[in-house]
Design a protein around this ligand. Sequence first.
Ligand code: GZL
Length: 319
Amino acid sequence: MKKYLPLLILPLLLLVSCKKAAEGESSKTITVGFSQIGAESDWRKASTLSIKEEAKKRGIELKFSDAQQKQENQLKAIRAFIAQGVDVIALAPVVTTGWDDVLKEARAANIPVILIDRRVDVSEDGLYACYIGADCTEEGRKAGRWLIENVGKQAGIAELVGTVGSGPAVERKKGFEEAIKGEPGLKIIKSQSGDFTRSQGKEVMEQFLKSPERDQINVLYAHNDDMALGAIQAIEEAGKKPGKDIVIISCDGVKEIFRQILAGKANCTVECNPMVGPYLFDVVETYMRGETIPPRVIPHEDVFDAKNITQEVIDGRSY
Ligand code: GZL
């Protein structure tokens, strides 16, 4: 019996060591470094809240950095996360270019990067593990299709563009232009960036309404609701009726634009779901279990206008 003893003990030792490893893994707190763009819009604030709340709910340690819409601040934050040895880095990239070096540094440190919200243009594959975010080109197409179906094929369009160089601004412009390109009566007669903020949306709309083309503008396409809300103020101050004299179409689906649509001062918002917290930490936990993570996750999104917005719908919105 004695000579079989080690053989009997070996499985027990293995069992204990696996259990210890499992306990070690399961009791280890996951640490995620998150570089957020800023707080430029209601949409962004909702995105941040979703991620902070979900991390807390799951007992994940979140190191949060607000870049105030500056790429250099995001680069600094990512390098700090690498130095701290976080398990995963989450990045909402303010613009699409300039990320190759820092993503290579994260890869060299064996720390996966998960893109949320916006995409990046990089020189090689494998610089990020997953991209969780909307299809903003399709959002632009949805806005163009709504215009044709609900306003018609003759319009002078003013466009408020998002942050110059950002994925959503490039894609929402591209998708909208694709949707209207077969209609010569639909003309974009003014186009300028309002940087996704309400204040700059108002300022640029004021300029549009003082321009020689002002009387040709009967549709506004804003790349986000915050710029549209600023534009509504400018339109009213110019003595015109937003939602009637100038049809307002925008993207995001924040609660305030729902209220304006219900009040008849705006007309359509193409939803862009900011509640990415659950999606992000599902991917993080899948990775930490050593399982394969999907390269792309697209949250569900709808189009809203006076036909499907009620006070009950507004009350039920989480952002
Ligand atoms: C879209 C997101 C944009 C929102 C804006 O995915 O990146 O940034 O549309 C926000 O409101 O500023």
